[in-house]
Design a protein around this ligand. Structure first.
Ligand code: ZN
Ligand code: ZN
Length: 103
């Protein structure tokens, strides 16, 4: 058995499919030779694996405004700028008022 040189399907660079790797492939019963060089395989692995922490709510932070609830008087935050013309409710009171006021 000899080392084989294969052209990477991804980057086009020739890479060595070593005897050890060929044996490994045989042991595993893989029928096909690798088509990508090690660098490209590692890259795929790392991009596919992900594992990034990140988090966050997608489309950027919403600006919140501190207001006092017109109903219960407790401080709350709303995602819009209160105009002062309309009553502003905390989440609880908002749900309450939406529930009982029908149009
Ligand atoms: Zn490659
Ligand atoms: Zn309230």
């Amino acid at each position: 058995m000899d080392d084989k040189t294969i052209n990477c399907r991804n980057c086009g660079q020739p890479f060595t499919f070593t005897v050890a790797e060929q044996q490994f492939y045989q042991e595993k019963g893989f029928e096909h030779e690798p088509v990508r060089c090690k660098g490209c395989r590692d890259q795929r692995k790392s991009t596919r694996g992900g594992g990034g922490g990140g988090g966050g709510s997608g489309s950027g932070p919403r600006q919140m405004h501190n207001v006092t609830c017109s109903d219960c008087g407790q401080e709350t935050q709303v995602p819009f700028k209160p105009t002062g013309e309309k009553p502003v409710y905390c989440r609880e009171c908002f749900n309450k008022h939406r529930g009982d006021s029908r149009f």
